[in-house]
Structure formats: structure tokens, C-alpha cells
Write a protein that binds this ligand. Structure first.
Ligand code: A2P
Length: 273
């Protein structure tokens, strides 16, 4: 009797998910959607680790996963998961990730975490979302979540980029929401949008920190200055921005909260390669 022959199996990617769509916004930004693991539950605003297999080690031939933190840009009710990414030409992950196509597999570790969640804030009247660059990703999730509109009377998204083309992902999303069959009615006119550029001429310009400190954004949107009784903030941008806006928010009397200790605002850095 001969032993049963088993053919050697090609190891499948661990935690593999399949790419369902890819959109390139300019030569430095793209978004993509992947299948969602059935067991994955997350709170809008959280991030997961995603990536690709590294090239095999020339000595051992072994391959290791190359993973980075990415905010989930889709809301928690969505059947798929969306991500929004920069393309760094010599970035270890994004130099390769930018070439993914529909049908390709990526690795997605189904362990969502993060501080930009509604639970980390005390109840309030207005929710301010402050983003630079790809820091808009967690807000792309939160602004599509019904709970955001159930908990707040007004939601204000301030998004600042160097150039106009970098605002386009957020702009199209915001503009689509009032007509969205699922949450359009809830969004209604509650979502206010304040996009600005800093290095290219556009309708509204200036850094978020400057537009808050000068009071320009309050005047433009006909809102009172932020105060700890009514206003809540979520911050996601580059490190210098995060640091500077924290000082501005503290100046309005707001205090930083966390999952375990909800207060007036929360901060997360926009993840980069
Ligand atoms: P600026 O062009 O005036 O530096 P980056 O592409 O470097 O991540 O920046 C994204 C956006 O964040 C840019 O519009 C940039 O404005 C703005 N920004 C960078 N640093 C700060 C900061 N410390 N405070 C406020 N805005 C900032």
C-alpha cells in the first residue's frame, strides 16, 4: 500500500482580502476597496494593519508581511472596507501598494483600534473634524455613520491640503452624502464642509489652526467660537499640525479625551509610509 500523496500547497496570504476597486486621485493619492472579513466588527474612525508580502529574503527565501496602520475610511455598516492612501515612490509599502488592481489580494489583520471614535467624546452639540492630507480617512468613515448625526446637531469637516486636487476625495464624498440612499436623510444639512488649500489658490485658503485662531471659520460658517460645553473635536493630521491644533483647542478650553476617559477632543496622527 502506497501512502497518500499530498501535493505541496502554495501558502495563501495570511488574512488575505481581495481588492474590489481602485481609484487614483492624482499622482500622489489613491483609494481602494477590499472585501471585508465576515468576523470584522469595528467602530467608525478606527484603524487596522494592512499590507503586502515582502519580497523573499535572498538568503532564506522566507517572506514576511509588510504592514502599516491604515484608518478604515468606510463606515462600520459597509459590506466592504475602503482605504485612502498616499503614494510614496520610495516608500516600502506604498511604492508597491499603489499598483494593486481589482482581484489582487492584500493582507488585512482584523484587529481594529484607535482613538477617533464617538465613544471617546462627552456628549455635545457640534462635532468638529479637523484633517490635513490623508488624515481625512477616519472622517470619511465617521461622516457616513448614522450615529454621528444621531449624536450631534451639526458636524463640521475642516480639511486642509497644499493643493486643490488633494481635496477631491473628500469633496466628492461630502457632496454625495445628502443624496445617499442609506444616510442622506440623516445627514440633511447637518454636515458643514470647510476645505482649504495652503499652497495653491482656491476659494478658501489657510491653515486650519490659523482659521480657528483668527475666528475666520466661525465668521464664514456663522457659528460661535468653540467652547467646551457645546463643541467636540477630532483631529487627524501630520505631527506638527496635531501638536499645534491641540494648543488651539486647549485655548478654547477643550480637554483631550480617550476611550477610557471621554472628554472634549481626541487626536490621532495620519499614518504615512
Ligand atoms: P502648509 O502648506 O502651510 O505647510 P503636509 O502635506 O506637509 O502633510 O501638509 C498638509 C497640510 O497641512 C498643508 O496644507 C499644510 O500647510 C498643513 N500643515 C502642515 N503643518 C501644519 C501645522 N503645524 N499647523 C497647521 N497646518 C499645518
Amino acid at each position: 500500500q502506497t501512502p497518500t500523496q499530498t501535493s505541496p500547497k502554495v501558502p495563501a496570504l495570511p488574512d488575505a482580502q481581495t481588492v474590489t476597486s481602485v481609484k487614483h486621485w492624482n499622482d500622489r493619492l489613491f483609494s481602494f476597496r477590499v472585501t471585508r472579513p465576515q468576523s470584522l466588527r469595528f467602530r467608525s474612525g478606527e484603524f487596522v494593519m494592512i499590507g503586502l508580502m515582502n519580497d523573499p529574503d535572498p538568503k532564506t527565501g522566507k517572506q514576511k508581511p509588510l504592514l502599516r496602520a491604515y484608518s478604515i475610511a468606510s463606515p462600520s455598516w459597509d459590506e466592504e472596507l475602503e482605504f485612502y492612501s498616499i503614494k510614496v515612490q520610495d516608500g516600502p509599502l506604498t511604492s508597491r501598494l499603489q499598483h494593486i488592481e481589482v482581484g489582487d489580494e492584500i493582507i488585512l489583520r482584523p484587529k481594529p483600534v484607535g482613538t477617533l471614535v464617538l465613544d471617546a467624546l462627552l456628549p455635545g452639540k457640534r462635532l468638529w473634524m479637523f484633517a490635513t492630507g490623508t488624515g481625512i480617512a477616519p472622517f470619511a468613515s465617521l461622516m457616513r455613520d448614522p450615529e454621528t448625526y444621531e449624536q450631534y446637531d451639526e458636524v463640521i469637516l475642516m480639511h486642509t491640503c497644499r493643493e486643490v486636487s488633494e481635496l477631491e476625495y473628500g469633496r466628492q464624498l461630502v457632496e454625495s452624502l445628502p443624496n445617499d440612499p442609506l444616510i442622506g436623510e440623516l445627514v440633511g444639512d447637518k454636515l458643514r464642509y470647510y476645505p482649504t488649500t495652503t499652497q495653491e489658490q482656491s476659494a478658501q485658503m489657510g491653515r486650519i489652526t490659523d482659521n480657528l485662531s483668527s475666528g475666520k471659520v466661525f465668521a464664514d460658517l456663522d457659528l460661535p467660537p468653540m467652547d467646551p460645553e457645546h463643541d467636540r473635536g477630532m483631529v487627524c493630521g501630520n505631527l506638527a499640525f496635531n501638536k499645534d491644533i491641540m494648543a488651539v483647542l486647549e485655548g478654547f478650553g477643550l480637554e483631550e479625551g480617550a476611550n477610557s476617559d471621554p472628554k472634549h477632543y481626541v487626536v490621532e496622527k495620519a499614518f504615512v509610509d
